[in-house]
Design a protein around this ligand. Structure first.
Ligand SMILES: Nc1nc2c(ncn2[C@@H]2O[C@H](COP(=O)(O)OP(=O)(O)O)[C@@H](O)[C@H]2O)c(=O)[nH]1
Ligand SMILES: [Mg+2]
Length: 219
């Protein structure tokens, strides 16, 4: 699905941040934007209402430099979380290369997390994509709040893989850069450049290394 333009020697890749409303998707992109060097990033575009809820999507292009002579870019998108924007969510998933699912760790948001994951699966299916074949990272957000569920309770239903693999797909806490590193590492052609970008951007190298199997669990 990543778009390779041989004539222009470019690789473009699309990562979508999915999850329930107010889970922290826009905050992820804002953090990545702040941590990224000026020459590596394009303009972050947010289409929001006056009340600052994402109306349609956020968009952030990042330049990862050159991979085997190809100029490599990743495009980060968020989807609007509110239930009635389903058509927008479906549209944004078109051509997706990797998904970061941002879960709200608060107990009272668990139903909303599960609903958002069901919605993701249904929308992928409508495009003819197989959820289990698309690179996927679960980011457990809002760990600083008092009423959060344990990591296991959240990751079991939200990272639908065997327990042994789960730690490699998990970024716990405000690990926005780690989540980005983990997802790009899973995308063919993007792996090395994606990780380098994450390393340059922040001090989450350990998490990224763990995510690609060098070390222990990400949390
Ligand atoms: N306490 C806390 N608040 C967060 C965290 N991440 C995001 N927020 C807040 O949650 C609200 C919704 O975040 P936003 O990124 O707009 O959610 P979105 O609807 O998924 O895009 C905002 O007020 C954020 O500042 C977090 O890790 N901890
Ligand atoms: Mg938003």
């Amino acid at each position: 699905m990543s778009f390779i333009n041989f004539a222009a020697r470019e690789i473009n890749c699309k990562i979508v941040y999915y999850g329930a409303g107010l889970g922290g998707k826009t905050t992820n992109l804002q953090h990545i934007y702040q941590k990224t060097a000026e020459q590596q990033k394009g303009k972050m575009i947010s289409l929001a209402t006056e009340t600052e809820r994402t109306l349609f999507f956020d968009f952030l292009p990042l330049d990862l430099g050159s991979v085997r002579g190809f100029k490599t870019r990743i495009h980060l998108y968020t989807v609007p979380g509110q239930v009635f924007y389903d058509a927008s969510r479906k549209l944004i998933l078109r051509g997706v290369d990797g998904i970061v699912f941002v879960a709200d760790s608060q107990q009272e948001r668990m139903d909303a997390n599960v609903e958002a994951l069901d919605n993701l699966m249904a929308n992928l299916k409508e495009h003819g994509y197989d959820f289990f074949k698309i690179p996927y990272v679960l980011q457990l957000n809002k760990r600083d709040l008092p009423n959060v569920l344990p990591v296991d309770t959240l990751s079991k239903p939200l990272a639908l893989v065997a327990p042994a693999k789960r730690a490699r797909l998990l970024a716990v806490g405000n690990r926005q850069i780690a989540a980005l590193g983990i997802i790009t590492a899973q995308i063919p052609l993007m792996g090395k450049a994606g990780l380098q970008h994450a390393r340059r951007a922040d001090a989450f190298e350990r998490c990224c290394r763990a995510a690609v199997g060098f070390g222990h669990g990400v949390n």
